[in-house]
Design a protein around this ligand. Sequence first.
Ligand SMILES: *[C@@H]1O[C@H](CO)[C@@H](O)[C@H](O)[C@H]1NC(C)=O
Length: 297
Amino acid sequence: MHEGNQTSISEFLLLGLSSQPGQQELLFALFLAMYLVTVVGNALIVLAIGLDSYLHTPMYLFLANLSLADISSISTSVPKMLMNIQTKSPSISYESCITQMYFSIVFVVIDNFLLGVMAFDRFVAICHPLNYTTVMGPRLCLWLTATPWALSNTVTLTHPSAPPIGLLLSCSDTTVHELVLFVMGSSVITLPFAFILVSYACIITAVMRLSCPEGRWKAFSTCGSHLTVVFLFYGTIVGVYFFPSSPDPDNRDKVGALLFTVVTPMMSPFIYSLRSTDVKGAPRRPLLGERALPVMP
Ligand SMILES: *[C@@H]1O[C@H](CO)[C@@H](O)[C@H](O)[C@H]1NC(C)=O
């Protein structure tokens, strides 16, 4: 580290998506709406699942956990962004910036691991249906949901400069840090994804072995919502980082971060509740005394 090359920084200026005054109001309204839709949609899912004992199956408990992670994830960045637009002050303190980075990374990692856990659930349900209730007991479910929360915190904490901003500020040689970060970052994303691919390879093989087409479709349709969210989640990553449409890399990062923090959490409650008659039926069930079909995995 060279002497005289050290400056202490206490605030950052955030580069907004747009600096034109008319667009600021539009952005504010747009993000406020998206934020409310996401929080309300996901909160309804958590409530519907929590209040309905028919939905206390591993698949729905994992979904409630995913919704909770989505609410937390969007709440790390959007309220601060709305406040900045409203007060027209683009600054953020160093501490808030690191904290925001930390939690954004933690919740993306949790989402990622939960999608892996949900793939495992579908794998057991379709490939080992007879052992489903024994394998997916309450203890394993608790363990499977607690691990992503613990693991993502550990992964993000073990490397002190995990938030990339720390790298930019550090005056020391960052090559090693960057390498560690790259390996860590890519394994945190690719390992669950590889796990999901392997689970679905087994699921497809098992489904193909079923003799009647109706049974095949029925088994596979229980994976529909999960598959859609998986496509949305990893599709955003692949789309943004591998097929950039904007030649300006700064803008590409901004749009990518935005899709990731706002659009994916906003869409998942709709994908799940539109596809799942169980969740859709939940609010009516206690009122009408309608006996729901047991939720077959
Ligand atoms: C998350 O999953 C665990 C274990 O499956 C469950 O006990 C808990 O209620 C779930 N969380 C929510 C918010 O539903």
